[in-house]
Design a protein around this ligand. Structure first.
Ligand code: NAD
Ligand code: UFG
Length: 358
């Protein structure tokens, strides 16, 4: 295992998962520089991260497609490793704007690794996705499952994974982890940092939370005729704080050259209806819902085999669905409009229960 005393570049660090990754890194004593173009995030998240950790990080407002900007950050900050989360992630949008996704995700990653090569920084943790598996041929999904993504977003992730493998074959100086996330949900326990989607949320948990707080009237549940115990879709929801700690484990375990590809999931499937009930219990609010037709492209059931993550990274998730819902709700309650219009002092006032800030 590597001893860590790194300066880590976190691309996309102002976003939902990235802000939690920054907390994990700062709490572990590492130094952090975030590079983000803020296309789907708010810099306030990074102010909150620093407040939680009581440590500073550096921020560069830049785009991963600009190789010179990345090279400059790598050199001037003395970066030793990169965690690469920057990317576009909306599945439906990727069907409408495929070239935008290929340009942002694939070309952006090409520019990033080119800059890394020039600066001789060859340790990389990449945000991949369970979406690379496509329709499950068997469950749980292990890392050997065939790869067949069903949308352009997933195909950009697969193309990047393949490109990174080729890079490692060409030069044994590279140490790369492809982390295949399942369904990240929840928020930091402080209620200061969480998911702040622009516009109507595509994903289940933020939609449920906005219904619970009254920002939206009704949850549409896409399909109740799946071959599952209650007819609704089943997913492997993983607490974003557990997911973030998986990145730290990956950095620690990237001691050998080559590519390590690992699922980050819990191994437990939860149905949409089960999530709604658990959220209602955690929030004390009701979440009215109506059943609608299945959403195009959805699979019935998707959950991880997390065994290899334990073997390869010594990592496993620890937080329950109840905790995911409780933490997601705390974030929603303390920041009803997300980062917009939420002054830190007021949010702290609402989060007095969190002793580190009392
Ligand atoms: P997010 O949108 O909150 O964060 C992504 C960040 O990247 C944002 O801050 C955005 O401004 C930034 N960004 C986008 N394009 C950029 C560019 N060209 N240059 C610089 N910055 C750019 O999303 P997230 O949920 O935190 O996801 C992070 C990563 O994890 C993404 O790569 C996503 O594909 C992957 N992922 C997410 C999920 C999920 O359900 N949230 C699941 C699997 C994989
Ligand atoms: N769902 C609803 N109503 C909603 C939103 C979602 O019923 O308003 C259902 C979906 O039909 C599905 C389940 O909730 O059955 C989960 O849907 P999400 O949109 O939250 O998540 P997905 O599993 O579709 O996809 C997510 C990310 C992908 C990522 C994938 C990895 O959006 O980027 O997890 O497993 F690749």
């Amino acid at each position: 295992m590597r001893k860590l005393s790194e300066m880590v570049l976190v691309t996309g660090g102002a976003g939902y998962i990235g802000s939690h990754v920054c907390i994990a890194l700062l709490d572990a004593g590492l130094d952090v520089v975030v590079l983000d173009n803020l296309s789907n995030s708010n810099k306030v998240s990074l102010e909150r991260v620093q407040s939680i950790c009581r440590r500073a990080l550096a921020f560069r407002h830049a785009d991963i497609r600009h190789e010179e900007a990345i090279h400059d950050v790598l050199r001037s900050c003395g970066v030793t490793a990169v965690i690469h989360l920057a990317g576009l992630k909306a599945v439906g949008d990727s069907n409408v704007r495929p070239l935008t996704y290929y340009e942002n995700n694939l070309l952006g990653t090409m520019r990033l690794v080119s800059a890394m090569k020039r600066a001789n920084v060859k340790t990389l943790v990449f945000s991949s996705s369970a979406t690379v598996y496509g329709i499950p041929k068997y469950l749980p999904l292990d890392e050997k499952h065939p790869l067949c993504p069903t949308n352009p977003y997933g195909r950009t992730k697969l193309a990047i994974e393949e490109m990174l493998k080729d890079l490692c074959r060409s030069d044994d100086g590279w140490r790369i982890a492809n982390l295949r996330y399942f369904n990240p949900v929840g928020a930091h326990e402080s209620g200061l940092v969480g998911e702040d989607p622009l516009g109507p949320p595509n994903n289940l948990l933020p939609f449920v939370a906005q219904v619970a707080i009254g920002r939206r009237e009704t949850l549409q549940i896409w399909g109740n005729d799946y071959d599952t115990p209650d007819g609704t879709g089943v997913r492997d929801f993983i607490h974003v704080v557990d997911l973030a700690s998986g990145h730290l484990s990956a950095l620690r375990h990237l001691s050998r050259p080559g590519v390590l590809t690992v699922n980050l999931g819990t191994g437990n499937g939860s149905s949409v209806l089960n999530v709604v009930r658990t959220f209602e219990a955690a929030s004390g609010r009701s979440v009215p819902y109506e059943f609608r037709e299945r959403r195009a492209g959805d699979v019935a059931v998707c959950y991880a085999d997390p065994t290899f993550a334990i073997e390869a990274l010594g990592w496993k998730s620890t937080r329950s669905l109840e905790q995911m819902c409780a933490d997601h709700w705390r974030w929603q309650l303390q920041n009803p409009d997300g980062y917009h219009g939420s002054e830190l002092a007021k949010v702290r006032e609402r989060s007095k229960h969190f002793r580190r800030h009392a």
